[in-house]
Design a protein around this ligand. Structure first.
Ligand code: C2E
Ligand code: MG
Ligand code: MG
Length: 291
C-alpha cells in the first residue's frame, strides 16, 4: 500500500510539474500572438491627492485575457516576457497604448498624470529612453505627464550603464518614481543618492499603518524624509478608511488603492473619474445625512 501510495504521490507530483511547465511554455508561445491580436489590455488605477481632493493621475497595469486559460496575472507573464526577450515589444506596446489613452483623456479636458511600470530588462536593453520619447512624441505629450515607475534594484544597480540609463531617462523630463518601496529590503540610505521624484510605498508598508504603532512610525519616517528631500510620497494599496486616516494624520499627501479606486479598463475610467467622491479622502467612513 505504501508503495502504491508512493507511486501515486510521484505521479501527482510529475503531473503538477508537467502542467506548470506546460503552462509556462504555452504562455511564452502565445504571448507574441496575444500582443499582435489585442488580447493584452491596460487597466487604469487612480492616484489621488489628499490636499487637492481629486484624482491626479492613473497607473497603467497590464492585463492578459488568454482565450482558453483566462486571466493571466502580470506577475506571471511579465517575468516570462523578461526571460524570453518579449519584454521590449511588450513594454513598447504598453507605452504606446497608455500615452494614446492619456492623450484622449487630456483632449476631453481632464488633467491627469500617467504612471507606467518599467522592466529592468527594457532599461538594460538601452532603448527605453528612445521608446519613451517616441511614445510621448506620437501622442504629443510633454514628458512631465509621464511617470516611469522603477524599482529600487534598477535605481541602485552598481552597473554604470544602468545608472547612466536612469539619468538619461530623467533628463527627458519624465517623473521618476521608486515603486514597491517597503517591499523587500528597501533602504533609506539609498534615497540620498537616488534620482527620484516620487516614492510609492508598497502595500506591505501601508497595511498596518492604522493598527501597528511601530509601523506608523516607520511610515512617518518615509514621509518626513520625502518632504525634506523634495520627494512626493504615495501610500499604495490603501484598502480601508482607517488606513487612509492614519496616512493622512502622518502627512502622506498622495494615495492609491482599492479604497480610492480599483484598476478599470480604459473605457470605464471617465465614468469612474466623474463619479469620484472626494469624501473618500477624508479617511472617515462616508456617512449619509442622517447617519
Ligand atoms: P505594482 O506596480 O506595484 O502595482 C500595484 C499592484 O497592486 C497591482 O497589481 C494592483 O492591481 C494592486 N493593487 C492596487 N491597489 C491595491 C489594493 O488596495 N489592495 C491590493 N491587494 N492590491 C492592490 P497587478 O495589476 O496585478 O500588477 C502587479 C505588478 O505587475 C505591478 O505591481 C507591476 O510591478 C507589474 N506590472 C503591471 N503592469 C506592468 C507593465 O505594464 N509592465 C511591467 N514591466 N510590469 C507591470
Ligand atoms: Mg507600479
Ligand atoms: Mg508595488
Amino acid at each position: 500500500a505504501a508503495k502504491a501510495a508512493g507511486k501515486t504521490c510521484v505521479r501527482v507530483h510529475a503531473d503538477t510539474v508537467d502542467s506548470a511547465t506546460g503552462r509556462r511554455t504555452r504562455l511564452v508561445r502565445d504571448l507574441p500572438e496575444a500582443l499582435a491580436h489585442g488580447e493584452l489590455q491596460l487597466a487604469y488605477q487612480p492616484v489621488a491627492g489628499i490636499e487637492q481632493r481629486a484624482v491626479l493621475g492613473v497607473e497603467a497595469l497590464i492585463r492578459w485575457e488568454h482565450p482558453t486559460l483566462g486571466a493571466v496575472l502580470p506577475h506571471e507573464f511579465v517575468g516570462l516576457a523578461e526571460e524570453d526577450g518579449m519584454i521590449v515589444p511588450l513594454q513598447r506596446w504598453v507605452l504606446e497604448q497608455a500615452t494614446r489613452d492619456l492623450a484622449g483623456w487630456l483632449a476631453e479636458g481632464r488633467d491627469l498624470q500617467l504612471g507606467v511600470n518599467i522592466s529592468v530588462r527594457h532599461l538594460q536593453a538601452g532603448c527605453l529612453v528612445e521608446d519613451v520619447e517616441a511614445a510621448l512624441e506620437r501622442a504629443s505629450l510633454p514628458a512631465r505627464r509621464l511617470m516611469v515607475e522603477l524599482t529600487e534594484s534598477m535605481l541602485l544597480d552598481d552597473n554604470e550603464r544602468t545608472r547612466a540609463e536612469v539619468a538619461r531617462l530623467r533628463a527627458t523630463g519624465c517623473v521618476i518614481s521608486l515603486d514597491d518601496f517597503g517591499r523587500g529590503s528597501s533602504s533609506f540610505g539609498h534615497l540620498a543618492g537616488s534620482p527620484v521624484d516620487v516614492i510609492k510605498m508598497d502595500r506591505a508598508f501601508t497595511a498596518g499603518v492604522d493598527t501597528d504603532p511601530r509601523r506608523a512610525v516607520v511610515v512617518q519616517g518615509v514621509v518626513d524624509i520625502g518632504r525634506r528631500l523634495g520627494i512626493d510620497v504615495v501610500g499604495g494599496g490603501v484598502e480601508t478608511a482607517d488606513q487612509l486616516a492614519a496616512l493622512r494624520a502622518i502627512g502622506c499627501l498622495f494615495v492609491q488603492g482599492w479604497l480610492i479606486g480599483r484598476p478599470v479598463p480604459a473605457a470605464e475610467l471617465p465614468a469612474m473619474l466623474d463619479g469620484f467622491d472626494p469624501a473618500v479622502l477624508d479617511g472617515a467612513p462616508v456617512r449619509t445625512v442622517d447617519g
